[in-house]
Design a binder for this molecule. Structure first.
Ligand SMILES: NC(=O)C1=CN([C@@H]2O[C@H](COP(=O)(O)OP(=O)(O)OC[C@H]3O[C@@H](n4cnc5c(N)ncnc54)[C@H](O)[C@@H]3O)[C@@H](O)[C@H]2O)[C@@H](O)CC1
Ligand SMILES: [K+]
Length: 523
């Protein structure tokens, strides 16, 4: 298989500790010697480390400390220690364990025979500039306590580069939770396949930059354990781009690209309607209509001259009271409803819930929905429904689920199953759950955590849906694309303007430049 195709497939896969162990055991039963695999993996880690060391101007005058645990994560650490020693770096090994697995013990003995110092006192690593963490990988089975926990806390307060092998030691492989205490890494080299911890939010501050070290696990072995279409997947750039309506057909016209209706805004929250409109603008939508309260109609018209602005009767406080009598909802392939509506706009949300086209509900539409028996209302809808809650909105919608389940991935999956909707559970690692699958967006930026950012996503997603619906393609993948694109815009904006410089309006201006980085154009 072409290495690009393999790499693409591997990047989408996510496993639990148990699945990883089962896959690993299949390889061993097929004849791959355990020691040979450890050697291969650790050599790949060493190559990556060499690049890291040279990028950070770490030379053979800098000392490297290797933290070695009792299992095979420690074994990886010891092979890396040996290789770095032969490359000329001064090495010291920290290993406070009296018992080690056989292979790890053999590598420890060889390291000692080479004259590499081994210590059980963390203070002796004070003179190191870099620490490589091989304490525990996916075999961590209980909280870290006692002397070792104190040593980890000492490491975390130091000012050294820390690179973790497979996982930061102390992180639960499946939930990302901190078991007792955990290493705070600058870089984590995840081995073989992405573990679930990398897609959970709890452990993110400990993982640092995450990279996968592929060590050629045969895809057939993975499929044998996970099945052909696995339940949990990572969104990758290529999968996200594939579904975008690019390149356009040469005889494209505005009706072919579809018509989106955004229902948003109030006198109080005018900006929400503008931001959703600007998000939709970047999607390349053929026709854009935006329904807003009459009093803000002219402001919207001047900001988004390409859009058809529909003025609606409004409440005393300037919220949309209802849609104009003459509006025909059958004209739209998608309706996106919610940003800036205020809770007063409940009648319009009730109307939209009965629409026969795909709908996206966000922000206030979700708060209104939470009072309308969400399980029943959503599962009764005939057409596609996408809801885009953050965790707070999700809690209001499905308080029963929150009582039973803490894991965000499972929460989104259960809600999708029970309501037969697509759930976009937003956060640092947004989950997109359908009744059959969950996809996670692995790359994002904390710069996006501010008001208005969600309104942009709603507009962008809304604008991407109509051409997909007209082409009768499944909508799930375009939801992934919208989430990925929105994050990429945030990442690019944060890179150029710092994490503080990504207000929601600025974000809309980065949507097209972010996409350009990935799209090959003829010019
Ligand atoms: N997945 C794979 O195919 C490969 C895995 N390798 C490495 O092997 C690792 C898994 O190895 P292991 O299964 O030996 O597991 P670990 O090395 O993660 O640790 C397991 C050992 O730690 C002990 N332990 C667990 N929790 C503890 C705690 N809180 N305090 C003290 N001791 C504790 C266990 O009793 C056991 O001895 C991976 O993370 C990876 O680094 C690589 O060597 C090669 C390939
Ligand atoms: K580790």
């Amino acid at each position: 298989m072409n290495s690009e195709i393999r790499s693409e497939k591997i990047q989408q896969i996510v496993v639990t500790a148990e699945q990883m162990r089962t896959i690993e055991n299949r390889i061993f039963s097929a004849g791959m010697p355990v020691a040979a695999l450890m050697e291969k993996v650790a050599l790949k880690i060493t190559q990556r480390l060499q690049k890291f060391l040279s990028e950070n101007s770490i030379t053979s005058s800098n000392k490297i400390g290797i933290l070695v645990g009792p299992g095979h994560n420690g074994g990886d650490g010891l092979v890396v220690a040996r290789e770095l020693y032969f490359l000329g770096y001064p090495i010291i090994i920290y290993s406070p364990f009296s018992k080690r697995k056989e292979l790890t013990e053999a590598h420890a003995n060889y390291a000692v025979s080479l004259g590499i110092p081994v210590s059980s006192n963390i203070e002796e690593l004070q003179t190191c500039d870099v620490l490589i963490d091989g304490l525990f990988g996916f075999g961590l089975e209980r909280p870290i306590a006692g002397e070792l926990a104190n040593a980890i806390d000492t490491i975390n307060t130091g000012n050294k580069w820390v690179i973790s092998i497979d996982l930061p030691s102390g992180i639960h492989t499946d939930t990302g939770e901190i078991l007792g205490t955990a290493i705070r890494a600058d870089l984590t080299l995840c081995l073989g396949l992405w573990k679930q911890a990398f897609l959970q939010e709890v452990g993110l501050d400990y993982i640092g930059i995450a990279e996968l070290i592929d060590f050629d696990i045969p895809l057939t072995d993975i499929q044998e354990i996970l099945g052909k279409s696995s339940f949990l997947n990572r969104i990758t750039s290529s999968t996200a781009i594939q579904t975008l309506p690019l390149p356009r057909s040469a005889n494209s016209h505005k009706y072919k690209n579809g018509h989106l209706l955004i229902i948003a805004g109030s006198k109080q929250y005018t900006g929400a309607a503008i931001l959703a409109g600007l998000g939709a603008r970047a999607s390349g939508i053929g026709m854009l209509s935006i329904a807003v309260p009459n009093s803000i109609k002219s402001l919207l018209s001047s900001t988004l001259p390409e859009a058809l602005i529909i003025g609606c009767p409004e409440t005393e406080n300037g919220a949309i009271l209802k849609l104009p009598e003459d509006i025909d909802l059958r004209r739209y392939q998608t309706i996106a409803c919610g940003p800036g509506l205020t809770p007063e706009a409940h009648l319009i949300v009730e109307t939209i819930l009965t629409a026969n086209c795909p709908i996206i509900l966000d922000a206030d539409a979700l708060n209104i929905l939470s009072k309308l028996n969400p399980f029943f209302t959503l599962s009764s809808r005939q057409s596609t429904t996408i809801i885009t809650p953050h965790l707070g909105e999700f809690k209001r919608l499905f308080p029963e689920l929150i009582e039973l389940e803490k894991n965000k991935i499972n929460l989104a999956k259960q809600a999708a199953e029970l309501t037969q909707t697509i759930i976009v559970l937003k956060g640092a690692r947004t989950c997109i759950a359908t009744p059959n699958q969950v996809w996670i967006n692995p790359d994002s930026t904390p710069a996006l955590g501010r008001g208005g950012s969600g309104d942009v996503l709603t507009g962008l997603l809304g604008g991407l849906l109509p051409p997909i619906i007209l082409a009768e393609k499944p909508v799930e993948s375009i939801v992934n694309s919208a989430v990925w694109w929105h994050s990429q815009a945030g990442i690019l904006a944060a890179k150029e303007r710092t994490e503080l410089g990504v207000d929601a309006y600025t974000l809309t201006q980065y949507l097209i430049p972010a996409l350009r980085q990935f799209i090959k154009t003829n010019s």
